[in-house]
Design a protein around this ligand. Structure first.
Ligand code: SF4
Length: 736
């Protein structure tokens, strides 16, 4: 409720929450943020916001912000001047390096960090200290999308943009409850459904709000999406729906290793061995995936498999596939990404308005910060540590000796916390994320973080279960209190300026990194001014793109407009990559050019169906699936402080199919204990309420820190991406 006559100063920026990246206008008055509304000039959301975006003002104004640094002394937190706390952080980091070497210190950051924060974290850890012990929480949500893109196309991030919604005839959502996770994009899809008769097909393991708003809902048995995707390709080939000229000109075929493990043991190593194959070998492989064979174990009918194949196979219909965690948080996450690309490549339905595969993100800058700047252990800004030329470029721009940047990646997220558990990491700085709610199998990693062998620093805006185990808590500024840049799901980089002052001593994380780096003797490498460091850092980051096909828009453009989509070439955003009609970086004279691959061809991968690491059995007879709800953003550390959202969704719950509830004698609201081989969690039952799992499955949202379902989940991961699978493990349920 913003009064019409309110005389507010409205400033533009992106929403703080999800990867859709909606534009917001923040109303300020007397130096305080007092209102938020959708930006009607934003091409992303055209003025619309979801409940989280609209109510974020209540979160910014929340009374329990962290405003001062807290240092643990004799088991109690003591308010400490920020300067002293930063002195202590720097001395502990130095001490750990002196005693146990550079690889004894680590940093765990976030897809909520701004682009300058991610850039400085990378420069600090890799360029100044000389360790690759930097990873981020995007490993838990987007890593399989990255490896999917790299293996299929040789370059990360989607090729299309949100404008695809305005052109598609069909939207196929793969394991993706967009109505709750990406509500503004889903609204845009519903608008096209109403206006043009576009159809939404929901392909998932449970019935959700997205399913009920769709034209058709198709359910599959967990893990068998791999087989169904292959069956769709089988049908496309059998029916002669392959776009032969596209495949011949622009695709190659490969296979990799199979039976590749689940990453359950410490120090798990995996290296794939890709091998070229031809179309005939691929066709032969698909013989095991006829609809009749796959229907037997996927629980998808032959008719529905053929229906899906016919949608993709119809040359006169445009199709966009959307997915997010359902496919990425998968022990075969890279493979299932590859398999959806196969469908679009075989039919040539790719990177044209209304046609294409589209992997969505969950955090506001999972793309901009984690994937583009590079806060993964293997990444450098616009490059990777394994590539000598990329290391040389980083060394030149950072003005450090190239030998200082190690050439081997170290710990990905799960393995980083296993290293803390083993005592191999003695200092960790966690920034803008809440791993003790979000890591799978927190029943192992919470005790690990409480061990005396590791000094823990956490910077955040609010207290969380992760700040609870910190030796030092640093008060962080909210995004509108510091300025920055985010990169959203459609490769759009958005800039905003600081709008209001942060409370107390709360400070931009970038500035806290810089201050600690200076205290460690690296002042020459971080010569930025406090007032303009965001702009100075972005301009330095852009040097990595000079002469590259992936140019980022200059700051002057981002200051004027609601973001720009990279590659930004000749003063323009590129909306559809690899398509010569839209992408000036295509240089081989063909209509398409997948220039991320040396031969310019995208790869159609032979990827089999393999079982999940843990399946229901006699002792643990249910599948457990976890996920999110529209009211709360990720671990709920921000949205649970918004009274209206907290009232709407006050606590976690476990969803049952009514038949399962009946046979177990469970009533709605009754407390249920869910137990796996790793831990247990008690929550009220939800039957015939919001979602409907299929029989033999239960679903629990993970936002509630008091009902910690991640104590129960399994820390298995995709061996290629190292992204954990939160969607499948075996549990038993009993009345508590
Ligand atoms: Fe914010 Fe995402 Fe909601 Fe848009 S859809 S308002 S970006 S939370």
């Amino acid at each position: 409720g913003i009064p019409d006559n309110a005389n507010l100063d409205w400033k533009k920026g992106p929403c703080r929450f999800c990867g859709v990246g909606c534009g917001i206008l923040v109303g300020t008055e007397n130096g305080k943020a007092v209102a938020v509304k959708g930006d009607p000039n934003s091409s992303v959301n055209k003025g619309l916001l979801c409940v989280k975006g609209y109510h974020q003002i209540m979160c910014i104004q929340s009374k329990d912000r962290l405003e001062t640094a807290l240092v643990k002394k004799n088991g109690k937190y003591v308010e400490t001047p920020l300067n002293e706390a930063l002195d202590l952080v720097a001395s502990k980091m130095k001490e750990s390096i002196a005693q146990n070497g550079k690889d004894s210190v680590a940093m765990y950051t976030s897809g909520q960090s701004t682009i300058p924060e991610g850039y400085i974290a990378s420069k600090f850890m890799k360029g100044a200290i000389g360790t690759n012990n930097l990873d981020c929480n995007a490993r838990l949500c987007m890593a399989s999308a990255v490896t999917g893109f790299l293996t299929s196309f040789g370059a990360d991030e989607p090729m299309g943009c949100y404008e695809d919604i305005d052109h598609a005839d069909y939207f196929v959502t793969w394991g993706n409850n967009m109505a709750e996770m990406h509500p503004v994009l889903f609204s845009r899809m519903l608008e096209q459904k109403a206006k043009r008769g576009a159809k939404i097909i929901d392909f998932a393991t449970r019935t959700t709000r997205s399913s009920t708003a769709s034209d058709k809902s198709i359910l599959f048995e967990p893990q068998t999406d791999l087989a169904v995707a292959n069956a769709i390709c089988y049908e496309i080939i059998q029916n002669g729906w392959v776009n032969k000229s596209f495949v011949e000109k622009h695709c190659s075929f490969s296979k990799g290793l199979t039976n590749i493990g689940y990453g359950l043991e410490d120090n798990f190593q995996f290296t794939d061995k890709p091998e070229k194959i031809d179309f005939e070998a691929y066709k032969e492989f698909l013989k095991d995936y006829s609809p009749e064979k796959v229907a037997k174990y996927s629980k998808v009918s032959v008719k529905d498999i053929k229906y899906l194949a016919a949608i993709y196979g119809d040359p006169n219909k445009k199709v966009v596939s959307y997915w997010c965690m359902g496919m990425n948080q998968h022990t075969r996450g890279t493979w299932i990404n590859n398999l959806v690309y196969n469908i679009h490549l075989l039919t040539g339905k790719i990177s044209q308005p209304g046609n294409g595969p589209f992997s969505l993100t969950g955090q506001p800058s999972a793309c901009g910060t984690a994937r583009e700047v590079g806060t993964f252990t293997h990444k450098l800004p616009h490059g990777v540590v394994m590539n000598e030329k990329d290391r040389e470029m980083a060394a030149k721009i950072w003005k450090v000796p190239v030998e200082r940047i190690p050439s081997k990646p170290t710990y990905h997220a799960t393995e980083m916390f296993r290293a803390v558990d083993r005592g191999d990491i003695n200092f960790i700085w966690v920034q803008a994320t809440n791993p003790l709610v979000s890591l799978p199998k927190t029943s192992r990693y919470r005790p690990a973080m409480e061990k005396k062998s590791c000094f823990v620093v956490v910077s955040d805006v609010f207290p969380t279960p992760t700040t609870d185990v910190a030796d030092v808590i640093l008060p962080a500024a909210w995004h509108i209190e510091k300025g920055g840049l985010y990169g959203n799901s459609e490769r759009r980089t958005q800039y905003w300026q600081k709008m209001v002052d942060a409370p107390g001593e709360a400070t931009a994380d970038t500035w806290m990194f810089i201050e600690v780096a200076k205290r460690m003797g690296f002042e020459d490498l971080f010569p930025y001014s406090k007032e303009n460091h965001v702009e100075e850092i972005y301009n330095e980051y852009r040097q990595f793109h000079e002469g590259a096909k992936h140019g980022m828009a200059p700051l002057e453009v981002l200051q004027k407009e609601s973001g720009a989509i990279w590659p930004y070439v000749d003063g323009k955003s590129t909306q559809w990559r690899y398509n010569a009609q839209y992408d000036p970086a295509c240089s081989n004279g063909e209509d398409f050019h997948f220039y991320g691959k040396p031969d310019g061809k995208a790869v159609i991968w032979q990827r089999p169906f393999e079982e999940a690491p843990e399946k229901p059995d006699q002792e643990y007879p249910f599948w457990l699936n976890t996920g999110r709800v529209v009211e709360h953003w990720h671990t709920g550390s921000m949205t649970r402080r918004i009274p209206v959202l907290h009232q709407a969704m006050p606590n976690g719950y476990v969803e049952f199919h009514p038949d399962d509830a009946k046979s177990l004698g469970i009533r709605n609201g009754e407390n249920i204990k869910i137990t796996s081989r790793r831990g247990s969690c008690t929550l009220p039952a939800s039957i015939n309420e919001r979602g409907l799992p299929t029989k033999g499955q239960v679903f629990v949202p993970f936002f509630d820190e008091n009902m910690l379902i991640n104590d129960v989940t399994l820390d298995s991961f995709c061996p290629i991406s190292k992204e954990p699978d939160y969607k499948k493990c075996a549990v038993k349920v009993e009345r508590a």
